[in-house]
Design a protein around this ligand. Structure first.
Ligand code: UDP
Ligand code: MN
Length: 297
């Protein structure tokens, strides 16, 4: 039944397709050894993607933790997301906080909403950060997060600075860490102690991913968060904490469960370091923060 009128692409898609492919980038890696695309400016046609995906009326979910002093990041984050994140799609922002009254009122476009969940404040900032795996997992399992086509799990100390849309859709998607691109795998800051569940041998792994963003379908997010939570628990019982907490465990998981799509550093720019020449557009950028001040309880 492949050739039925029903299965033909919409007219807009056919029109864009007649314009032919774009000239591909040749200065960056566009595909992984397991044939997953790596997304860079100039590697995709935004209009074609939107013409393909918008008719499907997807809902995109986002989890955001703003515990203790991190509530201050919510306003700039949400305001920038309303400008750049998934424009024209339905979006549910799931905000986890211990201070719900500090969730700002931000004007949202139609089809977009904020859902606030109460969460406890753990005493160590590392614990606040790594417990996200457990909390996201529980909220999907108990169905407080459901009916989203894709879920993005993001840090809150960031702002959107450019288009961030359908080109990121994938069953499981991760982002290259801007600090560890183009270096040899034996230099990646994976956890190297075999006693940790996050252990990655020197000759394993192709990329080092940043934990400030991962995404995918609910099934995949359930799996990755469950695996990381369980590994974190085992390490805790054994009295070991991986070098970069949940980021180490996420990387360990992704070594064997390779993502279907990888986002370049455009999707996580370090605003405090020079932008690499390969990054033509910063889409999502870190916000400068005083670590000592903001992490003090
Ligand atoms: N976080 C929080 N309150 C805290 C510490 C962390 O809400 O006191 C959340 C917040 O979403 C933050 C994330 O955990 O973006 C990761 O922590 P952080 O951004 O400080 O880690 P970094 O990006 O500096 O490694
Ligand atoms: Mn952060």
């Amino acid at each position: 039944a492949l050739n039925t009128e029903h299965n033909r692409p919409p007219a807009l898609v056919r029109k864009i397709q007649r314009n032919g492919p774009q000239t591909p980038r040749t200065d960056v890696m566009l595909v992984t050894p397991w044939l997953a695309p790596i997304i860079w400016e100039g590697s995709f046609d935004q209009k074609l993607l939107d013409a393909t995906y918008k008719p499907l009326n997807f809902t995109i979910g986002m989890t955001l933790f703003a515990v203790a002093k991190y509530t201050r990041f919510l306003k700039p984050f949400l305001e920038s997301a309303e400008k750049h994140f998934m424009q024209g799609y339905r979006v549910n922002y799931y905000i986890f906080t211990d201070i719900p009254e500090q969730v700002p009122r931000v004007e949202l476009k139609p089809g977009r909403s904020v859902v606030v969940f109460n969460t406890v404040k753990y005493s160590r900032w590392q614990e606040i950060s790594l417990r996200r795996m457990e909390i996201i997992n529980k909220h999907i399992m108990n169905k407080s997060i459901r009916e989203v086509d894709y879920l993005y799990c993001l840090d809150v100390d960031l702002i959107f600075t450019n288009h961030y849309g359908a080109e990121t859709f994938a069953p499981l998607v991760a982002v290259l860490h801007p600090g560890y691109f183009n270096i040899l795998r034996n230099k990646f800051p994976y956890e190297r102690r075999p006693e940790s569940q996050a252990y990655v041998p020197k000759d394993h792994g192709h990329f080092y991913y940043i934990a400030a963003m991962f995404g995918g379908t609910l099934n995949n997010i359930v799996d990755v968060t469950a695996a990381c939570h369980q590994a974190l628990q085992v390490d805790k019982v054994n009295g070991i904490e991986a070098a970069w907490q949940e980021e180490s465990h996420l990387n360990k998981y992704l070594v064997t469960n390779m993502p279907h799509k990888i986002l370049s550093m455009e999707y996580l720019c370090n605003s405090e370091a020079p932008t690499p020449a390969s990054v033509k557009v910063c889409r999502f950028s870190t916000v400068k923060k005083n670590h000592a001040e903001i992490r003090a309880q």
